[in-house]
Design a protein around this ligand. Sequence first.
Ligand code: VGL
Ligand code: ZN
Length: 244
Amino acid sequence: MYRPQRRTLLKSATVGLMGGLGLGLAGSVLAAGKIKPASNSALIVVDVQNCFIEGGTLPVNKGAEVVPIINKLAGAFENIVVTQDWHTQGHASFASSYAGKKVFETTKLSYGTQVLWPDHCVQGTDDAALHKDLKLPTAQIIVRKGYHKAVDSYSAFEEADHKTATGLAGYLKQRGIKTVFVTGLATDFCVAWTAMDARRLGFEVYVIEDATRGIDLNGSLAAAWKQMTAKGVKRVQSADFELA
Ligand code: VGL
Ligand code: ZN
């Protein structure tokens, strides 16, 4: 019987003898000191959709650059989760839904302050489709979020009302996943909220920084890293991984 836990310990011990590199990092490290995700790890690919890339409705600066990096990382993971921002028309997060409101202003909704965005990622449109160059043939589940008209959902785990679950935590837990590596768009919104919720829900969490790009609205990117770090989210780079 294959026992990943035991193999991991042996590998890490070897690494320890060879120079004390990265013991315990992601539960599995090769001799070179690189991260090799174990069978109980998952890659989460957040919102790599046309809407968030140049030519889309809410483009993230240099968003397309994450695509080849994520495609390459995917080969190192046995488990891959993909998310899609998936709004109704006239969604509560759209500035166009309010008379006299402009894009990037905020409003108060029942669950708190909501940033108002351009209309984006409307269900079933090309804008909401995954980017055509994203190649994740082994991905196991696509989680859509933000489909309740009155509630936004940056996080892949829980809607912005802080009550409604998407079901992703249950899915991951039932599959025995303990560690998640978060990538995608945008670093300071959906990636950060997903990573912080994952911590709160008991997962070990890494954000692979160069596999993300931020919107950076009024300093939101630096603020997001500060909050993520405070919550125990670890920051790594794609070069830290053992890739084919
Ligand atoms: C996102 C703003 C609005 C994201 C989604 O994917 O980060 N940002 N909707
Ligand atoms: Zn959205």
